[in-house]
Design a protein around this ligand. Structure first.
Ligand code: C2E
Ligand code: CA
Ligand code: CA
Length: 641
């Protein structure tokens, strides 16, 4: 090695490219930090790639800086080897990433990774060996860089080929645009490499060409809602597919698998089920696409003409799913149908299928029929009306009706309280009952407006009745636990009550038990606040869910409403009766009043009277009636002259 070589600049290297790579990597890390990412195994590999990329760029800058300062000395060789090793580790990680994303089976994964690792090891060994030889032979700095280039080029091509072959073998597991993204980024990276070879006179190789595949992965796999683990697409892509197929008049079959227990945020289908569904989608149906519009919901679409024997194959997949049900015990609902023009046109499969799920029993398979479409049209109509009611926010809206069920006060034998029950009435559909609209209002955020209307109308009627001399102690209104979350809840409620000019104690609010911890705290603070304004609280539907006594007692309820199911149970077995009686006694001892719901006949009535009843409600006394008709039940105060 001669002195003259000391201050060589390897192939016009400038650190700009590497610095840009480092900057972009940090930007990506920041984006990842501030956005929600599911920490899947593939995602962890992706993060490792970014960090390795940063390391590689730093090593390249260092290597070039040292080389220009010291020439072909051992430390420079060492850094060059490190730089190359890091660069190829990035490529090795790409291979690992593709295997992970496509969920190859273990055997294949191991085989591919061993192959890729062998390539990596070989390159590193050859690189180190040739560096040592170059140094021993006292090569000049110019030779140093040209030899390195050759090793590099061979390694690069070997890895590019490995990954392209791997992509080709897994292509059926990836959505075509994801494939396209991968291929084009690899092509772009390759183009950059060639460009550098020509322009930079060879080895002015920066890490930047590796950045494109990484950015592609980031956009395609992690920033879009593509569920890499199951190979399912999200609802945006579903809509795009439906539009495309509708445009091409391509009829398709859909099969929906819904698992209600896994519908919550953060829940996941068991790996085996996901793998099985994907396997079926790929193997049994041609041109099939799998979507995951929601947690616990998978939707398979495939063109009808490409799958003439689909019935047979559907039966096969149903058999397999039943087998999984036997093994894992997850409840399911399956809907199968053929594309429907009107639903395709409006791109409404998800709502349509959801609507159909509602009427289904667990663990059943349903074939779509014309009644389902009619029911869906009806519920869409109701939804539009609800949206309109919500946006107008007219507390006197005539479409919302207050019905009322009088409640018998056991101590006095009078009907001095009642429950307000909502009905809707539209010109074209007539009277509509809560089971057809409450869930729609809750799911779409309209429920609070409806409550406000019901409360307003109820207060108005209470004012009239009292003015006319009727003895009405209070009327209770149903409120959804969802509504309590809004900060304005307490003010909205007390604003309406005070606006009507009646005292707070004339109104009660019925709530059901909340299911989760955070709701419980909100519930407690809101109840306490409104109780201070005189409003009473009922616990509705006691006995229907999993009741948590400790929590119930922590909330300041006034009346516990025992659900009709408890009345039925205690009528049919003495064991149940004993339990219900003890619970009723316990609540009475704790100064709650017990109200029995669904008292339908005299034997129900006698049974409840015998089990600490303070109030009785049910068809035995009255069906729900328009609130004005309460006059038939309420008593008038004796005139004091
Ligand atoms: P809920 O609060 O448990 O209301 C009692 C339901 O039981 C009413 O059904 C009532 O008509 C029915 N019922 C009354 N007596 C008997 C009886 O003796 N036997 C039987 N089998 N049933 C009886 P409805 O009016 O159809 O309301 C159903 C549910 O809809 C209500 O259950 C409540 O959860 C909800 N709902 C009704 N109105 C409103 C409202 O204004 N707001 C909210 N958020 N929910 C409401
Ligand atoms: Ca109720
Ligand atoms: Ca109830």
């Amino acid at each position: 090695m001669s002195q003259a070589d000391t201050h060589f600049i390897p192939n016009n290297y400038t650190p700009v490219g590497d610095l840009i790579v480092i900057a972009i990597c940090f930007v990506m890390l920041a984006l990842i930090y501030f956005s929600y990412m599911r920490k899947s195994p593939a995602f962890r590999v992706f993060m490792t790639i970014i960090f390795t990329l940063i390391l590689t760029a730093v090593l390249n800058v260092t290597y070039n800086a040292l080389a220009s300062r010291f020439g072909a000395v051992p430390v420079v060789y060492a850094f060059r080897c490190l730089f190359h090793a890091a660069l190829f580790t990035v490529y090795f990680l790409f291979t690992l990433y593709i295997a992970e994303v496509t969920r190859l089976d273990r055997r294949k994964t191991i085989r591919i990774l061993l192959g890729a690792f062998a390539v990596l090891a070989m390159i590193v060994v050859v690189d180190v060996a040739s560096s040592i030889r170059s140094f021993n032979e006292g090569h000049s700095a110019v030779e140093l860089s040209s030899r390195g280039r050759l090793v590099f080029l061979v390694g690069y091509l070997a890895f590019a080929a490995t990954n392209l072959i791997l992509l080709a073998t897994v292509r059926r597991r990836l959505y075509k645009w994801v494939m396209f993204g991968f291929y084009s980024s690899v092509a772009l990276a390759f183009a950059i490499l060639l460009f550098q070879q020509i322009l930079g006179g060879g080895s002015s190789f920066t890490v930047s060409s590796f950045l494109f595949p990484v950015i592609a992965m980031f956009y395609i796999m992690h920033s879009t809602p593509y569920d890499a683990e199951i190979g399912a697409l999200d609802s945006t892509t579903l809509n795009a597919t439906v539009s495309e197929w509708y445009g091409k008049k391509r009829n398709f079959i859909f099969m929906s698998l819904y698992m209600p227990e896994l519908a919550g945020e953060g829940e996941q289908m068991p790996d085996e089920v996901r793998a099985a569904v994907r396997q079926f989608a790929v193997e049994h149906f041609r041109n099939a696409l799998l979507f995951q519009p929601d947690h616990g919901h998978l939707l398979l679409l495939f063109p009808k003409n490409r799958n003439p024997d689909y019935e047979h194959r559907l039966e096969k997949s149903l058999k397999a799913l039943r087998e999984y049900h036997r093994l894992y015990q997850y409840d399911y609902k399956i809907v199968i149908g053929e594309s429907i023009e009107a639903i395709s046109r409006k791109n409404e499969y998800i709502s349509f299928i959801r609507n159909t799920h509602r009427g289904m029993a667990l663990n059943t398979v349903h074939r779509i029929n014309p009644e389902d479409t009619a029911a869906f049209d009806r519920s869409e109509y109701i939804l539009r009306q609800l949206a309109d009611i919500h946006s107008r926010h007219d507390l006197d809206d005539e479409r919302v009706l207050v019905y009322c069920q009088p409640v018998c006060n056991v101590a006095t034998g009078k009907y001095d309280t009642a429950e307000a029950l909502m009905r809707l009435r539209f010109e074209d559909l007539g009277l509509i009952f809560p089971d057809q609209f409450i869930f729609l209002a809750e799911e779409n955020g309209y429920i609070h407006t409806l409550t406000e209307i019901i409360l307003h109308k109820t207060c108005d009627e209470i004012r009239k009745l009292t003015a006319e001399g009727y003895e009405i102690n209070r009327i209770s209104v149903n409120v959804s636990v969802l509504e309590l979350k809004a900060d304005s809840f307490c003010d909205d409620i007390s604003g309406i009550i005070s606006g009507s000019g009646i005292p707070g104690e004339k109104v009660a609010i019925e709530l059901t038990e909340s299911q989760n911890e955070s709701e419980f705290d909100v519930m407690k603070s809101k109840i306490t606040e409104l109780k201070d304004r005189g409003i009473k609280f009922y616990l509705d539907d006691f006995g229907t869910g999993y009741s948590n006594m400790e929590r119930i007692i922590e909330l300041p309820f006034d009346i516990i409403k025992f659900d009709r199911s408890l009345v039925i149970a205690s009528g049919s077995s003495s064991r149940s009766e004993k339990i219900v009686r003890n619970m009723a006694d316990m609540f009475s001892d704790l100064n709650y009043s017990v109200l029995y719901e669904g008292v339908e006949n005299e034997s129900d009535e006698n049974l409840c009277l015998d089990m600490s009843a303070s109030y009785l409600q049910g068809y035995k006394f009255s069906r729900p009636i328009p609130i004005e008709e309460l006059r038939r039940f309420a008593e008038r105060k004796k005139e004091i002259s």
